[in-house]
Design a protein around this ligand. Structure first.
Ligand code: UDP
Ligand code: MG
Length: 181
C-alpha cells in the first residue's frame, strides 16, 4: 500500500513536470508586427498552503492578497480538507519525528487552501515571504509571524525545493494533468 502510493506520487509527479514545463515555460508573446511567437520563460513554481489555523482565523483573503502583491502568479487554487491519512502522506518525510501526530492531526482538523504559485525563484521567494518554521523566530511582516499561532500551527506551508513542489503539486492538483494535456 505504502509502495503503491509512493509509486503513484512519483508517476504523477513526473507527468506534472512535463505539463508544467509545457504550460509555464512555453508561452506565446506578441511580436512587433502582430504575429505571435513562442518564447521560453524559465519560471519556477511552488506549492503553497493556508493551513487550518489561518483558515479558521479568517486570514485566507489577506494571505492571497499578499501573495499577488508580492508578484506570485496563482496557477491553481482550491479549498479542501485533508483526511488524517492524506496528512500522513503529505508529511511522510517527518513520520519519525516527535511532532508527527500533533502535526497530522492539526493538518486534518479543518479546511486548507492550496495554491500552485509561479514566479522567478518561486521556492526561495515563498519561503522568505512565509518566514521561519516557528512564528516566534520568523522575521517581522512574514506570514508566519503575522498569522502563526505556535510551532505547529504556523499558518502557511511552502515547498522546500523544486522537487518537493513537483510532488506536492501533483498531490493536490492531479487534475492539471488531464486539463492541460
Ligand atoms: N513542526 C512542528 N514542530 C517542529 C517542527 C515542525 O510541529 O518542531 C510542524 C510545523 O507545522 C512545520 C511542519 O511541521 O511547518 C513541517 O516541518 P518542517 O521542518 O518541514 O518545516 P517547514 O518546511 O514547514 O518550515
Ligand atoms: Mg518542510
Amino acid at each position: 500500500m505504502a509502495i503503491s502510493t509512493r509509486f503513484l506520487v512519483a508517476v504523477v509527479g513526473a507527468a506534472l513536470v512535463v505539463t508544467l514545463l509545457a504550460t509555464l515555460l512555453l508561452r506565446e508573446e506578441g511580436a512587433a508586427g502582430g504575429s505571435a511567437k513562442k518564447v521560453w520563460h524559465a519560471k519556477e513554481f511552488t506549492l503553497a498552503m493556508v493551513k487550518p489555523d489561518a483558515v479558521r482565523g479568517g486570514h485566507t483573503g489577506a494571505i492571497i492578497d499578499r501573495t499577488e502583491t508580492e508578484g506570485f502568479e496563482i496557477v491553481a487554487l482550491k479549498k479542501t480538507r485533508l483526511t488524517l491519512a492524506q496528512a500522513k502522506v503529505f508529511y511522510a518525510e517527518h513520520k519519525d519525528r516527535p511532532f508527527f501526530t500533533a502535526l497530522t492531526e492539526f493538518m486534518s482538523s479543518g479546511p486548507v487552501v492550496v495554491m500552485l504559485l509561479s514566479k522567478d525563484d518561486a521556492v526561495a521567494s515563498w519561503r522568505a515571504l512565509i518566514g521561519a518554521t516557528n512564528p516566534t523566530r520568523a522575521a517581522e511582516q512574514t506570514m508566519r509571524r503575522l498569522y502563526g499561532l505556535d510551532g505547529t500551527q504556523n499558518a502557511v506551508h511552502g515547498s522546500d525545493a523544486v522537487a518537493s513542489a513537483i510532488v506536492e503539486g501533483s498531490f493536490f492538483f492531479p487534475e492539471l494533468l488531464s486539463s492541460l494535456v
